[in-house]
Design a protein around this ligand. Structure first.
Ligand code: ATP
Ligand code: MG
Length: 322
């Protein structure tokens, strides 16, 4: 039996709305639940349109912001109870981020080998051979110190730089990597090769990867499980292939249809921006109801709760037991 490693339970993040209805709050992340398991590394992808709350959720898991409700635990310990330098270091060695823009990860004035060696020394101050750790991490992403070590960040291609930032993230041998849109700034032809790294890192280092993306195609190939996020809510989560080949939530159906239709007038799932104005944001009921082809009257009044449906968990009134 695998044990729960990361537990996200009813996680909530609230922000204040500006403008006309300033003073009211909305939930950027609204009662999100999921788990990762020790000894069962996975690529868990969180897919959703712009503004759906993906980065907010990842920042809570990285302890960069606090949750306003629910609990987030690593090995049974609430992240809000981690204290002191030792606690923080321990956490950082276990959960590492990979950011969207690799250029922001690096100090432009520092050579790549210096940066990686500093990282190794930071996490393993007593190790006499930090270079070995750096070589191993670079090798895992298809690079070497000989090839890139003496260069400065601007002397690497975008793809090489993102591989190097992934190498940096795996130096402490984290249990979990959180990659927020890691390939959206990378040339399309290189994206798949970088995303494929996640599968090999998962196997090699027993690391689970939370992969945050807009892109159904890369998520389909690399993910074990996926969660579809819409306006702060996980509307459907479960096995990647099962869900993408047989979507059940009307929003997932819309995403899959849009991804399969290459025509320029196909509904892009970012078509209606989710930077909702006013009431939409704080609307009662299902927040997808206004775009849903299957919505009934009650969908505009009742917020669905999560139900298990065969291989997945879904939040849609259609599947709620009446
Ligand atoms: N610090 C903040 N203060 C107020 N509102 C915020 C803050 N951070 C995020 N938001 C709002 O919360 C919602 C979710 O934002 P978030 O950045 O998590 O979305 P996202 O899914 O990562 O979007 P994208 O795909 O564009 O990166 C958005 O409406 C955003 O405007
Ligand atoms: Mg984001």
């Amino acid at each position: 039996m695998s044990q729960v490693q990361l537990s996200v339970k009813n996680a909530v993040k609230e922000y204040r709305l500006g403008g006309l209805i300033s003073g009211t709050t909305f939930r950027a992340v609204n009662e999100v639940n999921f788990e990762l398991y020790t000894g069962k590394p996975e690529v868990f992808s969180i897919i959703g349109e712009s503004g759906s709350g993906k980065t907010t959720l990842s920042r809570m898991i990285l302890r960069l912001i606090k949750n306003d409700g629910g609990t987030i635990e690593l090995d049974g310990k609430d992240l809000n109870r981690i204290k002191g330098r030792k606690g923080e270091m321990d956490f950082m060695s276990r959960v590492q981020p990979i950011f969207q823009n690799p250029f922001e990860t690096f100090n432009p004035l520092s050579r790549v080998d210096r940066y990686l060696l500093d990282t190794a020394q930071h996490f393993f101050p007593d190790d006499p051979d930090p270079e070995k750790r750096v070589e191993e991490a670079l090798e895992a992403v298809g690079l070497s110190l000989e090839e890139i070590g003496k260069r400065y960040p601007h002397e690497l291609s975008g793809g090489q730089l993102q591989r190097t930032s992934i190498a940096r993230a795996i130096i402490p041998k984290p249990e979990i990597l959180i990659a927020d849109e890691p390939v959206s700034m990378i040339d399309a032809s290189l994206r798949m090769s970088i995303v494929n790294l996640f599968s090999s890192l998962k196997e090699r280092f027993d690391t689970s990867i939370i992969y945050i993306t807009h892109d159904l195609a890369t998520a389909y190939y690399v993910s074990d499980r996926i969660a579809i996020m819409h306006r702060g809510i996980f509307v459907e989560q479960g096995p990647a292939r099962g869900i993408l080949e047989n979507p059940r939530h009307p929003y997932t159906k819309l995403l899959v249809r849009a991804a399969l239709d290459p025509s320029p007038d196909a509904e892009d799932f970012d078509y209606k921006p989710s930077r909702f104005e006013g009431e939409e944001f704080t609307a009662k009921g299902c927040l997808f109801a206004d775009r849903c082809e299957e919505a009934g009257n009650e969908c505009f009044h009742v917020l669905p709760c999560e139900v298990e449906l065969e291989d997945r968990i879904i939040r849609c009134l259609k599947y709620n037991i009446k």
